[in-house]
Design a binder for this molecule. Structure first.
Ligand code: HEM
Length: 164
């Protein structure tokens, strides 16, 4: 009788341990098949396991991921406003963005005509020479040689010479 109880207890213990082990292994949703790894553009990764009851979604932020240097720039008014000195001078004129860094010293109308518009909208000032009438065709050609791109374009930083 004593032997029978001992063997029964032993078998019972084995069964309990087996059940617990199988339960623990199945508990980890990452081990399930059909787990989907997806990511957005903000360094966030999602593991979606369709096998779980609640369609669990785990978000992992990978802090060890190397930082990717942003090599493009958007030519909006916020960006233009950062370039507001004689040697780093971007001006918005009638739909386009111009990099006039260093140009003001060679301007026929003098540097002071241009400098207030570095980092700003110079459309009306250029069109009217601040009330003196329009610039010549030659002036417009020179202006064109400083064109970066139209407002709100996204450009590669290598396209921009001078200024940063
Ligand atoms: C954005 C503001 C600007 C203002 C307020 C301005 C104003 C003036 C003024 C007052 C003159 C002298 C006109 C005269 O004495 O009769 C002038 C001439 C001139 N400017 Fe500007 N300017 C501006 C931008 C530019 C730019 C961006 C360029 C070219 C990149 C340019 C090119 C010239 C040229 C070539 C002349 C000689 C006259 C002509 O060809 O029209 N200016 N400007």
């Amino acid at each position: 009788m004593k032997l029978f109880v001992t063997i029964s207890l032993f078998i019972f213990t084995i069964i309990i341990i087996s059940v617990l082990t199988v339960g623990l292994l199945n508990y980890n949703p990452v081990l399930k098949t059909n787990t989907i790894l997806s990511s957005d553009n903000n360094d966030n990764y999602k593991l979606t396991s369709p096998n779980t009851d609640k369609n669990t979604v785990i978000t992992i932020t990978d802090s060890n991921k190397p930082t990717v240097q942003n090599s493009t720039i958007t030519l909006d008014m916020i960006e233009i406003a950062k370039h507001n000195t004689a040697n780093d001078c971007w001006i918005y004129i009638s739909g386009n963005v111009y990099n006039l860094s260093g140009f003001s010293d060679s301007h026929s109308g003098g540097p002071n005509a241009i400098l207030p518009y570095c980092g700003a909208d110079g459309s009306n000032a250029f069109d009217t020479k601040n009330g003196r009438g329009g610039h010549s065709g030659n002036a417009k050609q020179i202006l064109n040689s400083f064109l970066i791109d139209p407002l709100n374009s996204t450009v590669d930083k290598t396209k921009i010479n001078g200024g940063n």
